[in-house]
Ligand binder design. Structure first.
Ligand code: ATP
Ligand code: AMP
Ligand code: MG
Length: 205
């Protein structure tokens, strides 16, 4: 099985910027602790940001996608490696690794797959979750969240296109490791319901 899966279960959570991935996963984290589940939740962008900030090439995480493309690939590949190294240390042979990331990243050079072959070869996901919401609602969430810069996603029409690319990219990335794809709707004011839906699917892995 080692060539098909990691020893722990791997769930990748994707979705367009501002849809609510990090918020839903903070609820999942609380539910998992209350049930004594062995689960770690990591943010892929945190690993890329740490390296890039250490090199002094960005000041905030929203600058990553505007770095030269080849630099993004280097940071992406290193992040995947470090995440698996970290999860192996923390989880050993059991438990669940949840990764907060993107199936597609909008860059000035074009749309970059967040889960290309060399990343999947490390992560070997059991499931790829795609979190979705209406484009109008996502744009409102982006606007409310003043701590992040998300002005480069082109308003309602830009987000509508990105939703379609994000779902398509997740499906494309599911093929090489037979990862299941789970579409989860993050309803306004109900992030916990989305977390519970993810948890239910995890129990079936
Ligand atoms: P990114 O990919 O840019 O990191 P994200 O998908 O992680 O974005 P969050 O940071 O979790 O998005 O959420 C964006 C904003 O939307 C936050 O202000 C958050 O509080 C709000 N939000 C998330 N989910 C919901 C929800 N179900 N109802 C209302 N507001 C929400
Ligand atoms: P986030 O906070 O999830 O938006 O992550 C911050 C940034 O990290 C994103 O805007 C991307 O530039 C980058 N990032 C996150 N995941 C990936 C990935 N899988 N591949 C490439 N870049 C990524
Ligand atoms: Mg986030």
């Amino acid at each position: 099985m080692g060539y098909l899966r990691n020893s722990f279960k791997v769930v990748i959570v994707t979705g367009v910027p501002g849809v609510g991935k990090t918020t839903v996963l903070s609820h999942l984290s609380k539910i998992a602790s209350s049930r004594d589940m062995k689960m770690i939740i990591v943010n892929f962008g945190d690993f890329m940001t740490e390296t890039a900030m250490g090199e002094g090439i960005i000041k905030s995480r929203d600058e990553l996608r505007r770095l030269p493309l080849r630099k993004q690939l280097e940071l992406q590949s290193l992040a995947a490696y470090r995440i698996i190294e970290y999860a192996s240390r923390e989880l050993g042979n059991e438990g669940i690794l949840v990764i907060d990331t993107h199936a597609i990243v909008k860059t000035p050079a074009g749309y970059l797959p967040g889960l290309p072959g060399y990343v999947l070869d490390k992560l070997k996901p059991d499931t790829i979750v795609v979190i979705e919401a209406e484009p109008e609602i996502i744009v409102e969430r982006q606007a409310r969240d003043k701590g992040r810069y998300r002005a480069d996603f082109g308003g309602i029409e830009g987000v509508r296109s990105l939703l379609s690319y994000a779902r398509t990219a997740a499906i494309a990335s599911s093929i090489s490791y037979a990862s299941t794809v789970l579409i989860v709707y993050n309803r306004e004011g109900e992030p916990e319901a989305a977390a519970l839906e993810i948890l239910k699917a995890l129990e079936a892995l």
